[in-house]
Ligand binder design. Sequence first.
Ligand code: GNR
Ligand code: NI
Length: 163
Amino acid sequence: MSILKILKYPDPRLRKVAEKVSLFDKSLEILSNDMLETMYKENGIGLAATQVDIHKRVVVIDISEERDDPLVFVNPVVTVLDDKSLVPCEEGCLSVPGVNVEVMRPDKVKLNWLDIRGNNHEMHPEGLLTVCIQHEIDHLEGKLIADFLSPLKQSRLKKKATK
Ligand code: GNR
Ligand code: NI
């Protein structure tokens, strides 16, 4: 297994839109294991392939207290079931160190994904998993929590990150 390098804001590679996975081979298993190892080393609760400069729709998450419940989501899709039910969360990001941003996200969603063998799954996530999977899918679309800040705070953050 290997630790991968995490891209940091404002690296333009974080803005690429990731491509769907269509090949369920050994390299996908290696990528997801390397992403999990990298996430654990950095004490994150999630990581999107985009953050390690791999532009494929692969996400890993572990929201357990014991850090012993690794989850892998390939081609994850969230469908909002009730667009009026929003929850606030103070979100951090390994690619945007030093900031926490309060983001409002839909709370009632359906999640569809494939596992590393290419089998379909569906669930109705709850709590932190609902927030985290949406944060990770944002990465796959090239979106960052910095984008939720006011223009003034964004320019201050960019100055700080590039000086
Ligand atoms: O470690 C992380 N914590 C976190 C907290 C609240 C909402 C989302 C997250 S994800 C983040 C790791 C990360 O940057 N994933 O892309
Ligand atoms: Ni992030």
